[in-house]
Design a protein around this ligand. Structure first.
Ligand code: PNS
Length: 171
């Protein structure tokens, strides 16, 4: 046996904007939590998307819907993803894949991240079939247009989305 391997902790980062987290995200989190000893969900800024929930609300919502999963933590991260991954001593980046439409974007991101850090692998996990149509932008659109979004997000997130809608309505 290679010395030290028995004590090696496999740490992965699951980065995303999670605005808001969906049942699809939760499905990926549950799958990744089974593969790694520690899974750190990193809530980051995607500069090409207009924000809906605040960053703190996303962290709070993710903590609430992952509290049943040991080894899962939620944090904010700023700057380059790969710098954050290195700071955490993680060796893998987890991303979810729904349909083939996601592939180009994920492939490009994985290749850029590999160029920046050859030693870190991107692991793509397929979501459940039932969630393959779900996205945060679909949830935002349904919510903003007054549709029922409760079956698309975990219950703790639904409360947060409802609160964000009330805030918008009263401002
Ligand atoms: O859920 P998203 O919006 O697809 O997540 C995208 C995110 C936040 C993971 C990505 O934009 C990111 O990593 N941002 C941090 C800046 C960075 O490292 N960019 C280069 C990655 S190719």
């Amino acid at each position: 046996m290679v010395e030290g391997v028995a004590h090696m902790h496999r740490i992965a980062i699951y980065p995303g904007s999670f605005d808001p987290p969906t049942l699809g995200h939760l499905d990926v989190i549950e799958r990744a939590a089974r593969l790694f000893d520690r899974l750190i969900i990193g809530v980051g800024v995607n500069t090409s998307k207009a924000p809906f929930l605040t960053m703190d609300e996303r962290v709070e919502a993710l903590r609430a819907c992952t509290s049943h999963l040991p080894g899962v933590e939620v944090e904010l991260f700023h700057g380059l993803l790969i710098d954050y991954v290195r700071t955490k001593n993680a060796k893998a980046i987890v991303r979810g894949l729904r349909a083939t439409a996601d592939f180009d974007y994920e492939f490009q991101m994985a290749m850029v991240n590999r160029r920046l850090a050859e030693e870190i692998e991107t692991v793509l996990l397929m979501t459940k079939w039932e969630h393959s149509y779900l996205s945060s932008s679909i949830v935002r659109e349904v919510a903003l247009l007054g549709g029922d979004f409760t079956g698309l997000v975990p219950p703790a997130v639904a409360d947060m989305v409802a609160e964000a809608l009330r805030r918008r309505g009263s401002s």
